[in-house]
Write a protein that binds this ligand. Structure first.
Ligand SMILES: [Zn+2]
Ligand SMILES: [Zn+2]
Length: 184
């Protein structure tokens, strides 16, 4: 394991959130979509089901995405800004099937603030471990989705949004076959 389990879970959820806007799509266009997304990542705490919450979470996406292409100093600036805005108050908590993990904002803060603060705390770990290169863009041609490479040998290259790994392998196979046919 590269990071604490809740940090890893949060990083994966961040990538999922960012990728709701990948490749020109948008899977977060209504408060219902937001509810479904929060259920999917098992994000607890109060929700308003409001347009304001939706707008805050939508605005968070490009901000978090910037961490994937940031220098260390830029990532630090982002993290510190989010923690300041959220007036983060890290607390360990244990509920449902989760063992002790960090809650970074006050429980009654809006969902966008809580998501942002939790993401920032996960990035705190990544930065302190000098592991920012775990945050990668998908290697598939034409895909702008992000991924978190938590593999031991840093071998993850493709996002989980669709078929990128498969698509790339098929294209490589076709190119090889084509090259063989030409040289024959
Ligand atoms: Zn929790
Ligand atoms: Zn991809």
């Amino acid at each position: 394991m590269t990071f604490a389990y809740d940090t890893e879970a949060t990083l994966v959820d961040m990538a999922k959130l960012i990728n709701t806007a990948a490749n020109g799509g948008d899977q977060l266009s209504t408060p219902v979509h937001l509810d479904e997304f929060l259920d999917m990542i098992e994000f607890t705490g109060p929700r308003q089901h409001s347009e304001e919450d939706l707008a805050a979470v939508r605005n968070l996406r490009p901000r978090l995405r910037s961490a994937w292409i940031a220098s260390e100093d830029e990532a630090v600036e982002l993290v510190n800004a989010i923690l300041r805005e959220a007036q983060a108050l890290p607390q360990l908590d244990k509920h449902d099937h989760w063992d002790y993990h960090l809650h970074a904002a006050t429980p009654d803060a809006p969902v966008g603030v809580r998501l942002a603060a939790e993401a920032a705390m996960a990035l705190v770990d990544v930065i302190r471990e000098k592991e920012l290169d775990r945050l990668q863009l998908c290697s598939a041609q034409g895909c702008d989705a992000v991924l978190v490479d938590l593999s031991r040998n840093r071998s993850k290259r493709f996002c989980d949004t669709g078929n990128c790994a498969n698509r790339t392998h098929v294209a490589a196979y076709r190119a090889r076959k084509h090259a063989t046919a030409r040289s024959a």
